[in-house]
Design a protein around this ligand. Structure first.
Ligand code: 80F
Length: 307
């Protein structure tokens, strides 16, 4: 599989390492042909980014004509660019897309999926929701069930902050820790104001319920006004909830009986209600290696023709 990376930060580097260390054992043969970041193109597979060609993502696509695009660039929720244009071009040529970047799918889910279907290309997006903890790829195993309701903790940074504040830390200190651990978005505002969780909920709800919501359809609020003193021993979590087209993210006080009560730190969880059974899954929701594993698992599934 000849791959082109868009972006090469924490997650991109972790993925490259994972491919080197675990690819062969997993039966993968991934060759990194190009890496594109803000400064230009590297037509080489190297640990450190060294620009050796001028140009942007579409130039790199034309130079290498890869089998798969791996999007590990930071999210641009204004326009979804440059990822969106790259996906359009790649998918139209039947090139697969595997992404950890939520913005394009949170803005243009239906368009991207339709284009992929039309040109028999695959889109892997496990890493966009709960990183390496199966969420999207768990739902792939639940085909045939009617998903009626989803409830979850979908942002690692805010859950980490809330847990640390519950343990007695101040808000600013807890946010700094989450940033140092590589959990936060490039713009951490998107984590704390609920936007990141809303983007994940959009993607998840669309996939689970066969909808075409955009992030603009999600009502969301965040944790930026919650302080240690206002918690007073109560357990508050940033809860993402959707039922049909209704989708909402907001901080809520939760009780001991709640399946999400013991989800602490960077852990995320998802409670899926279907017409036959309820399934709860819990695992890390952020972290460079975890997000990289989400991408890795998609690459495996694509290679095996399972996506
Ligand atoms: P980082 O900022 O380290 O790297 C971004 C890369 O993108 C850089 O190489 C930069 O040059 C490149 N880039 C940005 N704009 C570009 C442009 N216009 N053209 C070309 N290149 C451009 O970011 P990360 O941490 O490596 O993240 C990469 C992507 O993975 C982002 O879209 C994240 O949203 C996504 N992701 C990251 C996660 C993490 O844990 C988790 C899953 C997805 O729950 C939470 O708390 C979430 N904040 C974590 S979700 N790092």
């Amino acid at each position: 599989l000849r791959a082109m990376f868009l972006g090469y930060g924490n997650v991109g580097k972790a993925l490259r390492k994972m491919i080197k260390e675990r690819g062969e054992k997993t039966g993968l043969n991934v060759k990194i042909e190009a890496v594109v970041n803000r400064s230009g193109i590297m037509l080489e597979d190297s640990d450190n980014f060294i620009k050796n060609k001028e140009g942007g993502p579409i130039d790199a696509l034309n130079m290498t004509n890869p089998d798969v695009i791996i999007d590990v660039s930071s999210a641009n929720y204004e326009s979804g660019e440059p990822s969106l244009s790259l996906y359009r071009e790649a998918l139209s040529r039947g090139i697969h897309v595997v992404t950890a970047n939520k913005a394009p799918l949170a803005l243009r889910y239906g368009e991207i999926m339709d284009l992929a279907k039309k040109h028999s290309a695959s889109v892997g997006f496990q890493a966009t929701v709960m990183s390496g903890t199966p969420s999207i790829n768990l739902l792939r195993l639940m085909r045939g069930l009617k998903i009626v309701k989803i409830r979850g903790i979908l942002n690692g940074t805010t859950n980490y902050i809330l847990t640390r504040m519950h343990q007695g830390l101040e808000y600013d200190q807890a946010l700094k820790e989450a940033q140092a651990l590589g959990y936060a978005e490039t713009n951490p505002e998107h984590d704390v104001n609920g936007f990141d969780a809303a983007a994940k909920l959009t993607i998840l709800t669309n996939f689970a319920m066969g909808l075409n919501l955009s992030i603009k359809d999600v009502v969301f609020s965040g944790i930026e006004n919650i302080r240690k003193s206002s918690l007073k021993g109560k357990k508050v979590k940033l809860i993402a909830y959707s039922e049909g087209r209704f989708a909402k993210v907001s901080p809520e006080e939760i009780t001991k009986e709640d399946p999400l009560y013991n989800v602490e730190g960077v852990m995320n969880a998802l409670d899926i209600h279907s017409d036959i059974q309820e399934v709860v899954i819990m695992g890390p929701g952020a972290g460079p290696q975890n997000a990289a594993f989400g991408l890795f698992s998609d690459i495996v599934l694509i290679t095996k023709g399972l996506i």
